[in-house]
Design a protein around this ligand. Structure first.
Ligand code: FMN
Length: 348
């Protein structure tokens, strides 16, 4: 349904009601199932088996309403959230804008979510059959940020295959300022302590913004090597490339989709060099077909995620990308996608 008649209906609705309808359809099994196996795309990272490297990025299923069904569409893993300790409404609507001519989206949702208790109940009731990441945010009115991440980790860590500390959404005032060495060390320490107390030491990833300068990136690489198990590069951007055509380009918020590909891939390649390829990287930003996915792998990504292109193309995009990746791995004469990671890094 979501790929056919449904997607035509979804395009007629404003973006936020369309999104809610898509989640409803998925929850009710209208998205379909496609659990094809891609032997040369499998890998094990952090002791977790990923049947393929293409995941759904955070923000699509903020409240973990449809994670099992999303995994059944064919994603190799699913990340839910961002989840904050307490529920919060987010910013006033409208706060989500389609820039269709640019194959982009601008959002200023502001961490609207039902809070960690409700999300924990849902995940506890039914887990996806593929790795599940839970993305942690902080409440807008919290002054002690590290404590919010620790609370989220205490409640959701035991239910997750990996956790993500999100300090990079552009729509929570002050959040991106946490992307410095001292704050990140403080947050990681608080979260690790909580995880070890609850006996659930799951891998801990950090999600960063694409709008960071050279000095910030060096700091983040150093902190991440010491205290995180991986990095997600990157969140939506505050930048507005000149090339944007849509009338919505003037809206405030984070830009995602096609115009984010160049910037996020450049940051990814730099982080790969700064971490000497020793830290698993998850690439997100403008992936829309097999070629953009392959470029991210060559730049240094072990895993991939997407959001915006999925809203434009629907579930058929997943198999399109995975088949194209499988063909590229074979054409390069490589036994597995793992052997392609970072192989073209110098070109970026
Ligand atoms: C409507 C919307 C909501 C998002 N919400 C979150 C969020 O809650 N947490 C987060 O870490 N990223 C969030 N993101 C960012 C995406 O996970 C992703 O990093 C970004 O959109 C770039 O990928 P894309 O170009 O494939 O969309 C959101 C993106 C969109 C479009």
């Amino acid at each position: 349904m979501i790929a056919g008649l449904g997607s035509r209906l979804l395009r007629l609705l404003p973006p936020e009601p369309a999104h809610r309808l898509a989640i409803w359809g998925l929850r009710h099994g209208l998205g379909g199932r496609s659990l094809v196996s891609y032997p040369n795309l499998e890998q094990t990272l952090w002791g977790l088996h990923f049947p393929n490297p293409l995941g759904l990025a955070a923000g699509f299923d903020k409240n973990a309403e449809a994670a099992p069904q999303l995994a059944e569409l064919g994603f190799g893993f699913v990340e839910v959230g961002s989840v904050t300790p307490r529920s919060q409404p987010g910013n006033p609507q409208p706060r989500l804008f389609s820039l269709a001519e640019d194959r982009a989206v601008i959002n200023r949702m502001g961490f609207n979510n039902e809070g960690m208790e409700r999300v924990a109940e849902r995940i506890g009731a039914r887990r996806p059959g593929r790795p599940l990441g839970i993305n942690l945010g902080k409440n807008r009115d919290t002054s002690e940020s590290a404590q919010d991440y620790a609370k989220g980790a205490a409640r959701l860590g035991p239910l997750a295959d990996f956790l993500v500390v999100n300090v990079s959404s552009p729509n929570t005032p002050g959040l991106r300022a946490l992307q410095n060495r001292a704050e990140l060390e403080h947050i990681a320490k608080a979260v690790r302590k909580t995880l070890s107390e609850s006996g659930s030491e799951v891998p801990l990833l950090l999600k960063i913004a694409p709008d960071l300068g050279a000095a910030d990136l060096e700091d983040i690489a150093a902190v991440s090597m010491a205290t995180f198990d991986g990095l997600i590069v990157a969140n939506s951007s505050l930048s507005r490339p000149e090339s944007l055509k849509s009338r919505h380009k003037v809206e405030a918020g984070g830009l995602s989709g096609r115009p984010l590909f160049g910037l996020s891939t450049e940051i990814l390649a730099r982080i790969y060099r700064l971490t000497q390829g020793r830290l698993p990287l998850v690439a997100v930003g403008g992936i829309e077909d097999a070629e953009t996915a392959w470029q991210k792998i060559l730049a240094g990504a072990s895993l991939l995620q997407l959001y915006t292109a999925f809203t434009y193309r629907g579930p058929p995009l997943i198999a399109d990308i995975l088949e194209g990746l499988m063909a590229r791995v074979r054409a390069a004469g490589l036994p597995s996608i793992v052997d392609a990671v970072g192989r073209g890094n110098n070109a970026f």
